[in-house]
Design a protein around this ligand. Sequence first.
Ligand code: URA
Length: 235
Amino acid sequence: MRLNKFLSSCGLASRRKCEEYILAGRVSVNGKVADSLGMQVNEKKDVVCVDGTQMKLPSQFEYLKMHKPKGYACTAKDERGRKTIFDLVDSDVRLVHVGRLDYDTEGLIFLTNDGDFANLVTHPKFHFEKEYHVTVEGEMKESELAVLRKGVVENGVRMPAAKVKVLGVEEKFTKLSVIIDEGQNHQVRRMFEAIGKSIRLLKRVRIGAVVLGGLSRGKTKPMTEEEIAFFKGAK
Ligand code: URA
């Protein structure tokens, strides 16, 4: 396939515009700057980059959403030999997880081989909301909810404010919806620890416009075009 056709099929720009990229020396093939407009590339083997970013045909990207169960680590290889989320995926391509969930947390997580997409979803500047269902022991006082909503103070530093709503109270437990738009390490657990509440169950149910829905524990399914576009449209 001609190089400019390959580049436009990757969604870079029109074929004409792609030729301008080539003439400007911004395109490399297998590490060497492309110097001819008529150059042919093998889309299965050649590594084509524009300004250092690898170009791939859309069909080469995979975007999955997973319902991570509790008891699985978000890592390619766990140093303690525990099960990882990749034990649950059957894919021919090498995927990365987008952000992470703690070993004991369950819920929605994305997997992809599109590094730009992974960076986009986790980039702090976009403030994509993440919604968790949190089950805590006992009841929640209004004053405790107010602290979470304002941002708990941990070691003298205020953590980001959260949107918090009580979803229901059962005999010994309270179920809450907690929405944050940052992704600090163990953020939700730290928030509840700071007010002395013990979390029984932590489950992520939404990232941006994408909901966990009825996806069963341990299962993955491809993200829809609309779900992917929600994030890409924020750029
Ligand atoms: N906050 C946490 O504390 N743990 C998670 O897994 C996700 C968010």
